[in-house]
Design a binder for this molecule. Structure first.
Ligand code: GDP
Ligand code: MG
Length: 175
């Protein structure tokens, strides 16, 4: 690509959800097309960027990942500051991680701009035989809360690009 190209927009998108649902691997897949089985909590890395073209505009997606603070429910307000998008991630094989979505959503809505675009993500769809959250349950929650919804696999790269493109395009549409 042309690295001297000017950036028209920077969109900050935050990843939230319980520990081990796959937030870091979703970001690694989207930003670098990588995946690692023994993913460690990323220490010190605040965000990764990926530049893409939407409607002939150069958009820099700045995707923020928690550095493991979600384990202690200690995600700070600085994390949410300036975010125009959020991905609420659960592990579809862990019912509890889905049941916690309401709490994460409440925390998000308490910190973020009211126009933030939110997408619910059911990750690990490659583990279909271990599914603990029916698609319909998630769809119903998403509809009620006015969220976009997608099931993904960071491992198999299913819907990852589509999920990020969908949220970024919607953010662009709203500005
Ligand atoms: P985080 O704590 O939410 O950032 O979760 P991680 O991205 O660190 O992932 C936690 C564990 O789940 C790691 O062992 C990953 O390899 C694994 N994992 C992440 N995404 C997927 C996925 O789509 N499918 C499967 N099978 N495992 C995944
Ligand atoms: Mg992580």
């Amino acid at each position: 690509g042309d690295y001297s190209q000017k950036i028209d927009y920077v969109f900050k998108v935050v990843l939230i959800g319980d520990s081990a649902v796959g937030k870091t691997q979703l970001l690694a897949r989207f930003a670098r097309n990588e995946f690692s089985i023994d993913s460690k909590a990323t220490i010190g890395v605040e965000f990764q960027t990926k530049t893409l073209i939407i409607d002939q505009k150069t958009v820099k997606a700045q995707i923020w990942d928690t550095a493991g603070q979600e384990r202690y429910r200690a995600v700070t307000s600085a994390y949410y500051r300036g975010a125009v998008g959020a991905m609420l991630v659960y592990d579809m094989t862990k019912r509890q991680s889905f049941d916690h979505m309401a709490r994460w959503l409440e925390e998000l809505r308490g910190h973020a701009d009211k126009n933030i675009v939110i997408m619910l993500i059911g990750n690990k769809c490659d583990l279909g035989s271990l599914r603990a959250v029916p698609t319909e349950d998630a769809q119903e929650f998403a509809q009620r809360e006015n969220l976009f919804f997608m099931e993904t696999s960071a491992l198999e790269s299913t819907n990852v690009e589509t999920a990020f493109l969908t949220i970024l395009t919607e953010i662009y549409r709203l500005i």
